[in-house]
Design a binder for this molecule. Sequence first.
Ligand SMILES: Nc1nc2c(c(=O)[nH]1)N[C@H]1C(S)=C(S)[C@@H](COP(=O)(O)OP(=O)(O)OC[C@H]3O[C@@H](n4cnc5c(=O)[nH]c(N)nc54)[C@H](O)[C@@H]3O)O[C@H]1N2
Ligand SMILES: Nc1nc2c(c(=O)[nH]1)N[C@H]1C(S)=C(S)[C@@H](COP(=O)(O)OP(=O)(O)OC[C@H]3O[C@@H](n4cnc5c(=O)[nH]c(N)nc54)[C@H](O)[C@@H]3O)O[C@H]1N2
Ligand SMILES: [Mo]
Length: 559
Amino acid sequence: MAGLAAAFGSGAMSNSVAEIERTDALFVIGSNTTENHPVFALRMKKAVRNGAKLIVADPRKIPLVKFAHLWLRHKPGTDIALINSIMHVILEEDLEDKDFITERTTDFETFKKNLKSYTPEYGEKITGVPREDIIEAARIYGTAKNAGIYYTMGITQHSMGTNNVFSLANLAMLTGNLGKESAGVNPLRGQNNVQGCCDMGCSPNVFPGYQSVTDPEIRMKFEDVWGKSLPDKIGLTATEMIHSMKDGSLKGMYVMGENPVMSDPNTQHTLEAFQNLDFLVVQDIFLSETAALADVVLPAASFAEKDGTFTNSERRVQLVRKAVSSPGQAKNDLWIINNLMNRMGFNHVFESIRALGFKVPDETRSNNNFITPEQAFMEAGLLWQGIRGMTYQRLKGDGLQWPCPTQNHPGTPYLFKDTFPIGKAAFRSIVPTESNELPDNDYPFILTTGRILFQYHTGTMSRKSKALEAVAPESFVELNEEDAVEMEISDAEKVTVTSRRGSITLKAKVGERVGKGVLFIPFHYTEASANKLTNNALDPISKIAEAKVCAVKLEKVTR
Ligand SMILES: Nc1nc2c(c(=O)[nH]1)N[C@H]1C(S)=C(S)[C@@H](COP(=O)(O)OP(=O)(O)OC[C@H]3O[C@@H](n4cnc5c(=O)[nH]c(N)nc54)[C@H](O)[C@@H]3O)O[C@H]1N2
Ligand SMILES: Nc1nc2c(c(=O)[nH]1)N[C@H]1C(S)=C(S)[C@@H](COP(=O)(O)OP(=O)(O)OC[C@H]3O[C@@H](n4cnc5c(=O)[nH]c(N)nc54)[C@H](O)[C@@H]3O)O[C@H]1N2
Ligand SMILES: [Mo]
């Protein structure tokens, strides 16, 4: 693995939240920060008040645009062309960081050659962004002392999502905006503790701490502590599992804290896959659409009902403490896992925690070999030096940012200061590719999907809140005024949106948020579920689904 994006294997922010305020230029691309990361957005607005210049690149006129010096409304799925043409201008105008390029990168000459043809004129043709704005973006980003990139699902949820991220890494490397304060390439993480899940090895290719399952030495280390032989092959990603369920090669499934029946693209395909299973267990705090299909439902306790750690976007590990008791028969996830482990006769972990010199409280010993959250955390530190220096004692207060390898290490606010984990970072010559499904005569609109401030994902949680439902009770499709006039659709009128995979009926929201030819639908509402429409094409590297681009048609509802 060369390239810098590989160094971002964790997907963690390279820099810290607080640094945003002191940034000179912010490049927010594919992130509706105000609605989906309001706390980050506050820092961004503060940076702007402090004099920072803000560039927003988003096909939609998102609320952050109000604070931007420059808004690039590119067509969905054209980020590579946009970034390549910005980098073309940076080179043309001599704004690159030559020292950084020489000292910390490789493959620059090939990369430079690849950029030759991506003129601002080319950029305009592919993206729809005026060439002057591409030049202006290059000047703002290229001349700033510290420039930070902030991206989320508008960048990643594409069949070329990984190449989009590589392109952003190229841009930061070209201008030396890595390994220093208030800069970097910063994916704002989505769910609370999605970072912690990734850190703990919830990816098919790594053990906790991003340690490869295919490296025999690493595997032996884990086998020693866990007392079991471990598979040496990379497993399936969640999106690939759905395909394997469909073709019958995957027969049993245990879903914990996910509602794929609504959150995965192409619902019809997902349902067929689930119906093909021999056995399904769902562990959730509510009876979700997916739990409703399960053979066994394990009722789980929510975050407020248990102890443990959550790791946030800036790699900060924080303690959470039980605040309220669980209702009914709900048990916390670790309790359920402990029980399963015991019944499967698996208690070696506990033995090794003690054998390796950790003090394990006696009561735990008599308590059916239950591992406490703290012990699980200590064991993780044993196997991953990134958090080895952290203890529950040290985490009290504000927590600590990994890497934190020793007991007196203060934690790490930003990564790659003097070097990359891979040594020098390689530039990648990225060539734009088209989205898997583009509009045609039958399906003339591009549909992009995402979120709104007042709802959360599949709504299992947020739609139970009366207050949130009062503000955002139903789905809608954002539609450009010009298209609305042409099609004689008025605001709030019911319309049908249809793709090759399904059809939903919902309210039209006419305005200028989306450009002509583009529609946006949030995926929160089960009664008009956007994922009935979306395309399950995958990025070949990350296997993320193309939730941000598919072709649809729009029709008035006729009676
Ligand atoms: N209120 C609320 N907050 C949330 C969540 C929630 O459900 N509700 N979910 C959380 C989670 S898990 C996540 S991952 C984050 C996601 O946070 P975001 O990624 O900000 O959310 P999205 O609405 O999916 O899409 C982001 C933006 O991408 C833009 N976009 C669409 N297509 C393209 C494209 O081709 N290129 C570019 N550059 N932009 C494009 C959309 O217009 C949108 O503004 O939010 C987190 N925060
Ligand atoms: N069209 C479209 N589809 C998308 C996206 C998009 O932008 N567009 N975004 C994608 C993204 S980025 C994401 S992150 C996914 C989100 O997709 P999901 O993760 O499937 O969506 P959630 O609704 O957050 O489901 C989480 C489930 O966990 C349960 N839960 C909450 N707390 C706990 C707990 O402590 N223990 C247990 N066991 N369960 C718990 C909740 O009740 C809920 O049912 O959606 C993806 N799907
Ligand atoms: Mo997410």
